[in-house]
Every structure is written in C-alpha cells, then in structure tokens.
Design a protein around this ligand. Structure first.
Ligand code: AHR
Length: 515
C-alpha cells in the first residue's frame, strides 16, 4: 500500500523504516471507521499454583498478620482493582492437568496435602481452592476462568466441577457446594479444556486431543459456557487446522481457542537476566515480542478459513516475557524482576491484541504475582507495583471500547545492522467520543517526532497525556525504594486543527486522551 513517498507494510499496526521524509513518523487514525469492540478480557491475568503466585502472593490465610479479607491480601485486591483486572485464569497452566478440584473444597484442615509435581515438588496444602479463588474474583470484580484437568483427570470430574460451580438444580454436587457454604452458584462462563495438551497437559497429538476435547466439551453443561480448546505450541499451525477441522460439525461445543506465546531474549537456552542486560538484549526482546504479530496473523487466517463467521475467539491466555529467575531464588518458582523493558513489551503485546480485536477475545499475561512478567511482587507484607502494572493501568481506557484503525508509518529502529519498526500504536474511541491513542517508542536512545492525523474528526478540543519511561532501560521498582517507573503526566505534544504533533521519548509508552 502506498502513501506519498512512504510504503506501508501491512495495514494498521506494522510499520517499517523510511529513508527521507518531511514527517518520517506519521500515524493516521480513522476516527469514524471503528467497527470492532476491544474485548476487556484482552486485559486479563493468569494465576497458577506456581512458586509464590498464590501462596504468599495472593493468599496469606485468615490468621495472617498481613491485612487480608478472608485470607486474600488486601493490598493485592486494591491493586488489581486499580487496573480493572477483568478476568483471571486459574489454577494453571501445567498445574491444571494435575489438579483435582475436590482436593480444594470443604474444611481446610481436612483437605489433603499433595505434591506440586510440576513446580518444584513442593507441598500443596490445597488451602486455596475453588471457593477461595471465586471469592478472590468477586473481591476484585473479575470474571473467573477455570481450566479443567484433561491430562490426568476424567470427564466425570470435569463435569462435576461445572455442576458444582454453576448449577442451581438440586444434585449431589450442588448440595455439596451448599454444605461448603455457598448457597448460590457462581455461574462461571470461561472454561478451558486442558492446558498445553501438546506438552505438559498430556503430550497429545492434535488428532487425539481434538477427539478428547469434543468428549469433555460435550459434558461441560451447566450454564452458558465459553469452552476453550487448547492450542498447539506457538508455531504449530497444523494443530490449529486439525482442531478446527475436527470440530466443524460440533461448532456449538467450541467458543474459544487458546494460544500461548512467550518472549525469550535469545532463545529458550539463553533467556538472559531480567535486570542486567544491554541494548543488544533489549533489541532482541523487542524483536521476539513482535513475532507475536506474525504468529497471530497465521492462526487467525486459519480461523477465518474454518470459522468465517468469527464465532470462535482466539484466547491468548498465556503471554509475556520469560527471563532467567532472580539469582538465589528457586529455579522452579520462575520469580523474575520487571523493568522498563517489560513495560515497553507489554505495550507492544497490548497494541497487537487491540489491533486484532476482531478475533482476539481474551489475553492473560503470565502471571499476576511473583511469577514471570508479574503485575505485582510481594515480600512479606510489602508489595511492589511493577512497570508492567503501570502499562495495564494506563491501557485500561481501551477496555470494551471501539477499536479505531491506526495506520503507522515510521522510521526503523536499527541496531547492529538489523531493523525493527520503531513505533507501535493502537487507538480506541469511548462511548463519549473521546479518543485514546497509545504509542510506544521501541528505540531506547532516540526521541521520535510524530504527526498524528485524525481523519474524520471535527477539530481537536483538548488533549491530555500520560507517559511511562525512565532514564535507564533496566529501571525497576523494588522493595523499600521509591518507585522509579510509574505513570507521569506527558506534555510533549502540540494540538493542531485535526492533528497532533508529538515528541515521543526513547523507550517510552504514552497514551493521549483526545477530545
Ligand atoms: O506460565 C508458566 C507455564 O508456561 C504454564 O504453566 C504453562 O502452561 C506454560 O508452558
């Protein structure tokens, strides 16, 4: 597609370096051409029984000296409300395919202690189970998303869980729920049928899993459910095709298709440190995050072929940065710090999801607390809000709003002879007509001058801006220290009649509110 002297490589969000220009960085927003809603569930979370995500992070128990509500940390409840967390996926992850939900109900003292054989072989005392998780979701105002055990569980066990949680008809399961203190059903909508069934969820072939999916999904019955099938490993387009093809005749059983993608800096054997890195590591982290765009495009193309009516949502229910664990911590607990680099890649992912709002209906960053690219870190009674947390806070304005087509033409970010698009953006319009434009500058060292053209808008009245940045690429927030990365007011823009000129600092994430 041609625009003046510059070349667009793909519509909407991708951009490529240009050589000469009066306005080398240009974003055109069609303010009157929005069609798709950005599902708020794109801003979702994932909490697994892994390391200190649940125990210590979210759950401290009712008798803890740490302030809590029925055992759930008050500081965590407040923080997740602050970012309007819309949905939380639980209990895994790989843990889900070893989890037997009946171990986690009834009086806590009588629940069996088991071994968490997936994550470090530590004791799992089951004190946090179905009631506690669903209480947590109610406290933060989020939809629960449960993952049933396909790998080592049975169809009956999964069907019983749905009935226990969702039914209000008298039955052994609903009576058991009432005996355990919950009169009314929770009516959980989102149910995953296994997790990563190609790997830790049972090492299955797509053909075998597709049959198993249909068997399980048939008996998950109580309520108006969104049943989500496990996807293959991120590049496994064959898995996607087999699953979609084999469920063609039973489309009423499948409402969602799960997709996982993690950014690793130089490869799974060279993930690198979360905090000690140079520009080369920064560049490769950006590059490997942008790969998500290509992966999504190919999976979506297959979904469009087999589901042209766009009925099945693509659920990116695990994503984020995966670095080496912090030195001195349990390698199986996946505890990593979180820096400005994580903030910029979170913004990249969210721009990608926003721009694919037609098909992407959910995203769940891995993971909520103390694991991988966390929102929150805890140590005893202390809580740290990470740079990623602040991106979620800044971007919540896009939840359930109308996606606006944003065409980006930009200079490349060049490092060591390799190039990436230098700017990423997405935009939405809310019900009052306000436009929110979110941008990030991938280049850590260079400010970019950008012209934003607002097509279809009858004049710009008022603009407010917010920015997340810091002097150092690896700036992070830590225990007992003042925050180094948070949201600050941004004033680096000039309003014109139907456009905005802005100076986007290197390694920054900005959101403008345009009225
Ligand atoms: O998020 C950590 C693990 O990564 C999850 O348990 C699994 O699904 C994925 O491989």
């Amino acid at each position: 597609m041609r625009f003046g002297k510059f070349v667009f490589f793909g519509l909407l969000f991708s951009c490529i370096g240009v050589t000469a220009a009066t306005h080398p960085n240009r974003i055109i927003i069609d303010t009157d051409l929005g069609k798709e809603k950005i599902s708020k569930e794109i801003y979702g979370h994932f909490a697994e029984h892994l390391g200190n995500c649940i125990y210590g992070g979210l759950w401290v128990g009712e008798d803890s000296p740490i302030a809590n509500t029925r055992g759930i940390r008050n500081d965590v409840i407040a923080a997740l409300r602050e970012i309007a967390a819309p949905v939380v996926r639980w209990p895994g992850g790989c843990f889900a395919d070893t989890y037997h939900w009946k171990d986690g109900i009834g009086p806590r003292a009588q629940r069996p202690a088991i071994i968490n054989s997936t994550w470090g072989g530590v004791t799992e005392d089951n004190s946090f189970g179905t009631h506690e998780f669903l209480d947590f979701c109610e406290l933060i105002g989020a939809e629960p998303y449960l993952c049933v055990n396909v790998g080592s569980g049975t169809v009956q066990e999964a069907a019983d869980w749905v009935e226990y949680v969702n039914s209000d008809v008298r039955s052994p399961m609903t009576e058991l729920r009432q005996k355990n203190g919950r009169e009314k059903p929770w009516r959980v909508k989102y149910w995953a049928v296994g997790n990563e069934s190609w790997g830790c969820g049972g090492n299955m072939t797509p053909e075998y899993y597709a049959d198993l999916f249909k068997r399980f999904a048939t008996y998950l019955r109580a309520g108006n459910l969104c049943r989500i099938a496990s996807g293959g490993i991120d590049t496994d387009y064959h898995w996607t095709e087999v699953l979609l093809q084999k469920t063609q005749k039973v489309q009423h059983l499948i409402q969602g298709y799960s997709f996982h993608y993690y950014t690793v800096c130089h490869g799974w054997d060279r993930k690198g440190s979360a905090t000690r890195f140079d520009e080369n590591d920064w560049f490769h982290t950006m590059k490997n995050t942008l790969v998500m765009e290509q992966r999504l495009q190919r999976h979506i193309a297959l979904m469009d072929e087999y589901d042209p009516e766009n009925r099945i949502g693509l659920m990116a229910d695990e994503w984020g940065n995966w670095f080496d664990v912090e030195p001195g911590t349990n390698p199986a607990f996946l505890y990593q710090q979180n820096t400005l680099r994580d903030a910029v890649t979170a913004a990249l992912y969210l721009n990608i999801f926003n721009n694919h709002a037609r098909r992407v209906k959910m995203g769940n960053i891995a993971q909520t607390i103390n694991v991988l690219q966390a929102m929150l870190l805890t140590r005893g009674d202390q809580l740290v809000k990470t740079p990623t947390f602040y991106v979620f806070k800044m971007y919540k304005v896009h939840q359930d709003q109308t996606l606006l087509p944003a065409h980006v033409l930009c200079e490349a970010y060049t490092h060591d002879g390799k190039t990436l698009p230098g700017i990423s953006a997405s935009a939405s319009k809310d019900s009052t007509g306000r436009i929110h434009l979110s941008l990030c500058n991938l280049n850590p060292g260079q400010q970019r001058e950008i012209e934003v053209e607002l097509r279809g808008l009858n004049g710009v009245n008022k603009i407010r801006g917010e920015i997340i940045t810091a002097p150092a690429m690896n700036a992070c927030n830590d225990f007992g220290q003042a925050e180094k990365v948070s949201i600050e007011p941004f004033h680096g823009f000039k309003k014109r009649k139907n456009s905005v000129n802005l100076s986007l600092p290197g390694k920054s994430v900005v959101t403008l509110c345009i009225e």
